[in-house]
Design a binder for this molecule. Structure first.
Ligand SMILES: Nc1ncnc2c1ncn2[C@@H]1O[C@H](COP(=O)(O)OP(=O)(O)OP(=O)(O)O)[C@@H](O)[C@H]1O
Ligand SMILES: [Mg+2]
Length: 242
């Protein structure tokens, strides 16, 4: 771990906060935000590199220390037009209210602090880690429930069709991450996206092993008209998850 005060004295490391190109002014803005947010230190990969746990099209994700606890820091890339994390923080906060997503711990300008989600992505977990059947079914059920809660709250994640990227399986269950594209909608597609993913070609063997069936378009359409508990349960039983 590198303390934030020391970061200021180690210019090449500090410049890594400005990705993909090292802009001193932007790096300074990020450091100020980290200080404002009470981040005490950043994790290093080696003495000359910050540890990046994620590199997306719009952000880099680092590990920091805050209040002595390891946290995830999402930092806007210099080449992404939306530098503020305000809207994403707002959407994550809404998701947190229904118990979904990593816990939002703070946000300031181009930095968002949240709880660190430790685990593996859903596809890797389902396809390559051979979880016991009942654990896998339980995890899919829990992910479906979270999608249903988002649907009912009118929050559309918008990036769950490739659920593998945005559902992380931890010791205590699945966590849906990245509310960067989320928005309010009267016809959210969270559960629909998750079920399309479960029904996809790559998961054929997993479906067979777990005894899951594809759901009919008709049943999905009915669910999307009401988002009711009854239609949700109908979907789950058609999937053979209940
Ligand atoms: N709270 C977290 N805890 C642990 N890892 C995280 C957390 N948030 C994000 N990550 C990691 O960082 C990666 C990128 O995060 P995220 O998807 O939020 O960024 P992004 O810039 O929107 O990426 P993309 O543009 O590719 O969707 C994730 O795939 C995940 O591996
Ligand atoms: Mg993402």
């Amino acid at each position: 771990m590198l303390k934030i005060e020391e970061l200021r004295r180690k210019h090449p490391l500090m410049l890594q906060l400005s990705y993909p190109s090292p802009d001193p002014d932007y790096a300074e803005l990020v450091v100020r935000a980290l200080e404002e947010l009470g981040v005490e230190a950043l994790m290093l990969e080696n003495p000359v590199r910050l540890k990046l746990i994620g590199k997306g099209f719009r952000n880099i994700v680092l590990i920091g220390l805050r209040g002595g606890v390891r946290v995830a820091l999402k930092v806007r890339r210099l080449d992404y037009a939306v530098k503020s994390t305000y809207r994403e923080a707002y959407m994550l906060e809404q998701a947190n209210r229904i118990g979904v997503g990593p816990r939002l711990l703070g946000h300031c300008d181009p930095v968002l602090v949240m709880s660190l989600v430790e685990g593996v992505d859903l596809t890797k977990w389902l396809v390559h880690s051979n979880p016991p059947s009942h654990t896998a079914r339980q995890t899919i059920l829990e992910a479906a429930l979270q999608c249903h809660r988002l649907d009912r709250a009118g929050i559309d994640h918008r990036e769950l069709s490739d659920a593998s990227k945005h559902v992380i399986v931890t010791q205590s269950g699945p966590v849906i991450i990245d509310f960067g594209s989320a928005g309010f909608s009267s016809r959210p597609k969270n559960l629909t996206s998750l079920l399309n993913y479960i029904g996809s070609k790559g998961l054929e063997r997993v479906r067979r092993d777990l005894g899951l069936h594809k759901v009919e378009r008709q049943t999905l359409r009915r669910y999307k008209e009401t988002y009711s508990e009854k239609d949700f349960e109908a979907l789950l039983s058609e999937l053979k998850l209940l």
